[in-house]
Design a binder for this molecule. Structure first.
Ligand SMILES: [Zn+2]
Length: 187
């Protein structure tokens, strides 16, 4: 319960990150943030009076339960951080749409590899520009050759993704709460 995700919005109601309920409660209690629900904001005291409905999660407190907030409005935070997208296998898969960048097929994830365009043995780097998603078949066929040597063209030029904070939050959270949708739509 304390590790459920809570969406954090900056002073201008733009998404900045995701926190745990544990941290959200501290922010709410210390009046650094207000809870957001259906277009209304609530400070800690008024949030305590909100009922815990069947669709909510409840946090046990002395004398009862408090509704777990899904979205918090940070009252004094007005930056809009643009976090660098981490170079991971999953983010590469998302960037390339789970599609082999040589033949265009979309096999199951198990049959997808991450391919060094310029092979590591030839000085190719672990970078957004040198890594693409490839199916096993193309990976084997290409071997330790460059695409040109192998006569295999790339579907697109690989690059660092330019995802907004909202997009990143959508991508890293498998099942965002419905309450998050209005704030994640832009961007
Ligand atoms: Zn392929």
């Amino acid at each position: 319960m304390l590790t459920l995700p809570v969406l954090l919005l900056n002073r201008h109601f733009a998404p900045v990150s995701v926190a745990t309920v544990r941290r959200a409660v501290v922010l709410l209690f210390s009046d650094a943030a207000h809870a957001v629900d259906s277009g209304e904001t609530y400070d800690f005291q008024s949030w305590l009076t909100q009922p815990v409905r069947s669709e909510d999660d409840g946090l046990p407190i002395v004398g009862g339960e408090v509704r777990v907030p899904r979205v918090l409005h940070l009252l004094r935070y007005d930056r809009a951080p643009r976090v660098a997208v981490r170079l991971t296998r999953r983010n590469l898969m998302i960037r390339d749409g789970f599609q082999c960048q040589y033949c265009g097929r979309s096999p199951t994830q198990r049959d997808l590899n991450v391919d060094h365009v310029v092979p590591r043995s030839r000085g190719g780097l672990d970078s957004w520009e040198n890594l693409v998603v490839s199916c096993r078949t193309c990976n084997l066929r290409k071997g330790r050759r460059t695409p040109t040597e192998a006569g295999m063209a790339l579907l697109s030029v690989p690059h660092r993704p330019r995802w907004t904070t909202a997009t990143q939050i959508r991508l890293i959270t498998r099942e965002p709460f419905a309450e998050w949708h209005p704030f994640l739509q832009a961007g």
